[in-house]
Design a binder for this molecule. Structure first.
Ligand code: NAP
Length: 340
């Protein structure tokens, strides 16, 4: 039986509260893996906000114990009972419950559902696919939603408007800035670290930077119309203010809750300005949407921008890096080389 390294989380809960939690790198065997029809030799995983919450013992992500965290994996199929997948195929998996209710990508091996796997596009290396990860996949789902609602780069530029990206120096935000800029949109990046991250965000393609403090406090139901579209990863007052500042007919996507899961808003932007609010869920995205998003990521994400936003760490450094992410000291994307 193959044995391999994995990060393993164990926790005890009482009335839904986590009362004891450990996260450590451990050697486990194939017997530890859960049911699935495809076994993958994992090459890379990465660190998302959710992974940091799970590794850090925060509630809401790990739904079983013990659990291998990691909501993303990129690797090579070793064994498959699913006729679509053969040994040697290069695959990527984002979400679908891995790292939450099913063992995830922060291990050298994984057993998963063939139904949720996507072939890594030929033009992307495995490192690049992991650098994109759930954060980049979610940023692409957000851009696809803006496009579905008719947002057009030339029209946004001609109107002297822009697309606002919140949590811009984070993973979802960084990829969203790079994607939107490459597609030709003027992009305003909102960050809590304007002095530290302005050059980084401008290099990714942001045309303007604002301090997130402008958006994070309670605001009026309708405010000056500033954004033709919004990619929000922050929620709470930030999302409420973004809605109140969106121009007539504009679209706002909501994927995250870095500030909070509340939405202290009114219906005014919807009924007086025809604003659309679109929810983004990467975990349960159907396979056709997954494939479309990955096809578009292969063509519409500048690979130099992707390299500029990516840091690499070995498996053993992941637990420390999760603390750093939650403390707001990381930026962009962190790829985990699970074999290092
Ligand atoms: N719906 C989905 O399918 C889906 C998928 C992926 C992620 N998400 C969610 O999207 C969010 C971002 O994920 P991520 O992986 O990009 O995380 P991340 O890399 O940690 O980025 C989050 C960013 O949010 C900003 N932020 C942090 N705390 C804040 C606060 N109190 N107020 C305002 N802004 C704050 C920071 O950006 P600045 O330093 O620039 O201010 C931070 O870098 C998370 O809530 C995550 O759970 C959802």
């Amino acid at each position: 039986m193959t044995d391999f390294r994995a990060i393993v989380i164990e926790q005890e809960t009482e009335s839904g509260r986590i009362v004891a939690h450990t996260a450590e790198v451990r050697r486990v065997t194939d017997a530890f893996l859960m049911a699935g029809d495809v076994t993958v030799a994992v090459e890379y995983s990465d660190l998302n906000f959710k992974d940091a919450l799970a590794i850090g013992g925060r509630p809401g992500v790990a739904r079983t114990t013990p659990l291998i965290p990691g909501i993303d994996l990129v690797g090579v199929v070793e064994e498959s009972e699913d006729e679509r997948w053969r040994p040697g195929d290069r695959v990527v998996l984002n979400g679908d419950g891995i790292g939450e209710s099913h063992h995830g990508g922060l291990a050298e091996r994984a057993r998963v559902r063939g139904d949720a796997l996507v072939r890594v596009p030929d033009v992307l290396s495995s490192e690049q696919a992991a650098a994109i990860g759930t954060a980049g996949f979610t940023a692409m789902l957000s851009v696809l939603a803006l496009e579905r609602n008719g947002l057009d780069p030339q029209a946004v530029a001609d109107a002297g408007s822009s697309v606002l990206v919140t949590g811009a120096a984070g993973g979802v935000g960084s990829v969203a800035v790079a994607l939107l800029a490459k597609l030709g949109y003027p992009v305003t990046a909102s960050t809590g670290r304007p002095e530290e991250q302005a050059e980084y965000l401008t290099d990714l393609g942001a045309s303007a930077i604002i301090d997130r403090a402008e958006l994070s406090d309670p605001g009026k139901p309708l405010q000056r119309q500033r954004w033709a579209g919004v990619v929000d990863a922050v929620g709470s007052h930030t999302l409420a203010n973004a809605l109140a500042q969106t121009t007539y007919g504009g679209t706002v996507t909501a994927c995250g809750l870095a500030q909070g899961s509340d939405l202290p808003a009114t219906v005014m932007p919807f009924i007086l300005r025809g604003v659309t609010l679109v929810g983004i869920n990467s975990v349960e995205a159907p396979i056709a949407l997954r494939e479309t998003a990955w096809r578009r990521l292969a063509t519409d994400l500048d690979t130099e921008a992707l390299a500029a936003m990516t840091a690499f760490i070995p498996l053993a450094e992941t637990i420390g890096a999760a603390d750093e992410l939650l403390a707001g000291r990381l930026h962009g994307r962190t790829v985990v080389d699970v074999r290092a």
